[in-house]
Design a protein. Structure first.
Length: 286
């Protein structure tokens, strides 16, 4: 692995994995949008770790499915916080057993190859899990939700997907990692979402669309790390692994954020409002 893929330089750590009080699912995305701007202005790279108790995050293409608003309403009635994210990728369900890890780094001049940034995240997650397994692979897992070339898997079942948000001078690479729980249940939930969003729940989508614009999810494509490792494995253990990976990818001690270094709650809320207005399903349909 070359230096671009590995070396993060000086890093600040923002570990919000124990903060489940901000239930607006756009909160972490708004926070990262502001932090990404800060890195683009010359601040150190940032590692952001966060979780959400019960949410469903759509990709932009998902939000344009004909019955997306109906599917969104069904999820909200079940208690899910639903939003459309401003990064790439497709639908992802979140709960307390899913750890989200974001690497926010400066965008090097002339860097238009997103694969290098994805490769670094792959190596980062691989490093975080090195004490438990050497079987982390990359490559699209057919039937998974939020599929892509950088699906991370164990035993040909996906436990992690990667998306990216590119600003003019900084990049945020986001990974969702299913640590605890049952991958099959999450896949079944996303499959139901696409069935409802594409066809209003009146028919199964498999075989109905000649050129589907959404992932064809199968229930056995996804797995949690606890299931894949076939041993008790917790969010806390994975986050310990992330902390170790940070030390491996930096050349100086990692500095944690202090409260006064974070964007103000007022600025974060203003960004939430901006993202919701820009990516709201009703706005997209108008």
């Amino acid at each position: 692995m070359n230096n671009i893929e590995r070396n993060l330089g000086k890093v600040q750590l923002l570990d919000r994995s124990q903060d489940l009080n901000h239930t607006d699912i756009l909160y972490p995305f708004a926070l990262e949008e502001l932090l990404c701007r800060r890195v683009g202005e010359g601040a150190n790279a940032i590692v952001h770790i966060w979780r959400h108790p019960q949410a469903f995050v759509m990709g932009l293409k998902d939000s344009r499915l004909p019955n997306a608003a109906v599917a969104k309403g069904n999820l909200e009635r079940q208690g899910y916080r639903v939003a459309v994210r401003n990064s790439g990728g497709a639908a992802v369900p979140l709960d307390a057993g899913v750890v989200n890890v974001t690497l926010i780094t400066p965008k090097l001049q002339g860097n238009i190859d997103f694969r290098k940034d994805f490769e670094r995240m792959y190596r980062f997650i691989q490093n975080a899990l090195q004490f438990w397994t050497d079987g982390v692979n990359k490559g699209e897992i057919i039937g998974s939700f939020c599929p892509g070339d950088f699906d991370l898997s164990i035993g040909n079942q996906k436990f992690c997907g990667i998306a990216q948000r590119r600003q003019t001078h900084a990049i945020a690479v986001q990974a969702f990692v299913i640590v605890e729980g049952k991958g099959q249940e999450k896949a079944s939930m996303v499959k139901t979402f696409y069935d409802e969003a594409a066809f209003g729940g009146n028919q199964e989508y498999e075989g109905k669309a000649a050129q589907p614009t959404f992932p064809l999810v199968t229930e056995h494509s996804m797995i949690s790390l606890a299931e894949a490792l076939n041993q008790p494995f917790t969010v806390e253990q994975f986050i310990e692994g992330i902390h170790h990976a940070i030390s491996e990818f930096t050349n100086e001690a990692c500095k944690p954020f202090t409260p006064d270094e974070l964007p103000s709650e007022q600025d974060i809320q203003a960004m939430i409002d901006q993202l919701r207005k820009r990516y709201d399903i009703s706005s997209l349909e108008a």
